[in-house]
Design a protein around this ligand. Structure first.
Ligand code: HEC
Length: 133
């Protein structure tokens, strides 16, 4: 291989890992949570959880869409105005590619919105939903 080809291959490989950085994939995580829950993830249940209004969490964040908005292919915003990249896999392929990140934000956001952690079944539903849109 010529030097230039080696360089091009390296650049392409680096770009690929930048787009999907991490140690896992939406499909792998879906499988893991489905196995823990003993049931399949449901996009419909995931939609209901993600777009629904909940009580039990912080009053100023009653829904996942409070920050992520109802246009999940578009950007969201934190309460402090920091931009959040799109949640839909079709608009943001780097979602659900890093186990630690997924665990951290499910824990934090489910507590904020629901006042408790999400169950493995609910996590499977959310991933199934965000993979389907
Ligand atoms: C208070 C604002 C806020 C609310 C409400 C919120 N989120 Fe988030 N969410 C964030 C931020 C900030 C991030 C991290 C930034 C990023 O990933 O772009 C994030 C990231 C995530 C991630 C990480 C995805 C990944 O792998 O990249 C998941 C999963 C998630 N949120 C699920 C939820 C669910 C489910 C709810 C509702 C129960 C919810 N969020 C409600 C702000 C929020």
């Amino acid at each position: 291989m010529k030097y230039r080809h080696v360089l091009a291959t390296l650049v392409a490989a680096t770009m690929a890992t930048t787009v999907v950085a991490g140690d896992t994939s939406p499909a792998q995580l879906l499988k893991k949570f489905e196995a823990q829950a003993g049931t399949s993830g449901s996009p419909e249940r995931g939609r209901a959880l993600f777009t629904g209004t909940h009580t039990g969490g912080k009053p100023d964040t009653p829904s996942c869409t409070t920050c992520h908005t109802t246009n999940l292919k578009g950007r969201g915003k934190t309460r402090a105005g920091k931009v959040i990249e799109p949640m839909a896999l079709s608009a943001n392929p780097s979602r659900f590619s890093d186990s630690a990140k997924v665990a951290k934000w499910f824990r934090r956001n489910c507590r904020t919105v629901l006042g408790r952690e999400c169950t493995p079944g609910e996590k499977a539903d959310v991933i199934a939903f965000l993979s389907s849109i």
